[in-house]
Design a protein around this ligand. Structure first.
Ligand SMILES: *Cc1c(COP(=O)(O)O)cnc(C)c1O
Length: 366
């Protein structure tokens, strides 16, 4: 049996006619940049995130970059974040000229450990950027408390966690800005790149809006240096088709997670820990296992898709060597990088497929 890590064709088959009609509508209109689809998606994403404002952008990466630029973060500033994340989180901080400052993770959730944040705050700290990894939000109460005490902005990297909740509140809606990605492998994925920023801060919203179009306001007058961070209306059209299905797809992922949890209970496989404060959307189902690399090779040899998110924590990436971190500095993130493995969790998986994946893992490890 073949079980890929993600099967976008299976999802597309269920919505193909709707997507084609929506894309065709954009093409017929020839509103190829901006337009009503982008505005409609912004309104809807703001609503589901319980935020007042949303700005569609070209990717999750540009959502983060625009947020940092719009908060005037740059050279001389420090941003506290997690080393256990996708590259973009840290890449964007660095691209603004600011310095990423890493705080280790909480090993059960893989998210930034809020207990360690305050000792990393200096007079140069401007913001904290928690990442809601794998679909589960970081421990936001303590993060917001520290941010408020030291007057820091909180930018949520919610690229993997749209509609996820923490104590009933939505991802992206707690900090000053929340960043989403519509990369095809995210729970709400486009048919190409896309992203969005949500906020309740009207002034920040105005700035984000201007900055995504080169900082131009009025047209051809530039008080700020922005970029081309615009969301493609074809992406917005496809995303508007998918949005009504998002909750049922996430629900199916949660059911699959429960199924795996049962199969792995009492075994050497460490299943994901979801805090009682959180509802995860399971963008990934990540287990911790001994002999991870051998298991990964075995699964791939047997046509089971799996992946390591992420094999090298940011502080040990070659491009960030200038920051001066060394192995051993952030032990929990380093240990996680050696033990984690994401296995198929997408909504269209059948029970037979889940049994195949789980049984193969258990047979290999026993
Ligand atoms: C996907 C992702 C991003 C970047 O989003 P893109 O749309 O691929 O640019 C940023 N942060 C995290 C945690 C992500 O998973």
């Amino acid at each position: 049996m073949e079980v890929p890590l993600l099967d976008l064709k299976a999802q597309y088959a269920t919505i193909k006619d709707e997507v084609l009609a929506a894309v065709s509508e954009v093409l017929e209109s020839q509103r190829c940049v901006g337009g009503p689809k982008v505005a409609e998606l912004e309104e809807k994403i703001a609503a589901i995130s319980e935020c007042k404002f949303a700005v569609g952008v070209s990717s999750g990466t540009d959502a983060i970059l625009n947020s940092l630029m719009s908060l005037d973060i740059g050279a001389g500033d420090e941003i506290i974040t997690t080393p256990f994340t996708f590259f973009a989180t840290v890449g964007c901080i660095s691209r603004t000229g600011a310095k990423p400052v890493f705080v280790d993770i909480e090993p059960r959730t893989f998210n930034i450990n809020p207990e360690l944040i305050e000792s990393a705050v200096t007079e140069k700290t401007k913001a904290i950027m928690p990442v809601h990894l794998y679909g589960q939000m970081a421990d936001m109460d303590l993060i917001m408390e520290i941010a408020n005490k030291h007057d820091l902005a909180v930018i949520e990297d919610a690229a993997q966690s749209i509609t996820s909740t923490y104590k009933g509140r939505k991802a992206g809606g707690i900090g000053r800005a929340g960043c989403f990605s519509f990369f095809p492998s995210k729970n709400l994925g486009g048919i190409g790149d896309g992203g969005m920023i949500v906020t309740n801060d009207e002034q920040l919203y105005q700035r984000l809006f201007i900055m995504r179009n080169h900082g131009s306001k009025p047209k051809y007058y530039h008080r700020h240096i922005g970029g081309n961070f615009r969301l493609d209306p074809i992406q917005a059209a496809a995303l508007l088709v998918k949005l009504p299905y998002l909750d049922q797809w996430s629900e199916a992922r949660r059911r699959n997670a429960v199924y795996y949890d049962k199969k792995f209970s009492g075994t050497v496989v460490q299943t994901p820990y979801i805090s009682p404060d959180c509802i995860s959307i399971f963008n990934q189902y990540v287990i911790r296992v001994p002999r991870r690399d051998e298991l990964m090779a075995h699964l791939r040899d047997n046509s089971v898709g799996c992946e390591v998110y992420y094999p090298i924590p940011a502080h040990l990436q070659e491009c960030f060597s200038y920051l001066g971190y060394k192995e051993g500095d952030l032990p929990e993130a380093e240990q996680a990088a050696k033990e984690v493995l994401a296995i198929p969790i997408y909504s269209e998986l059948t029970d037979e497929m889940k049994d195949y994946v789980a049984d193969m893992i258990l047979a290999f490890l026993s």
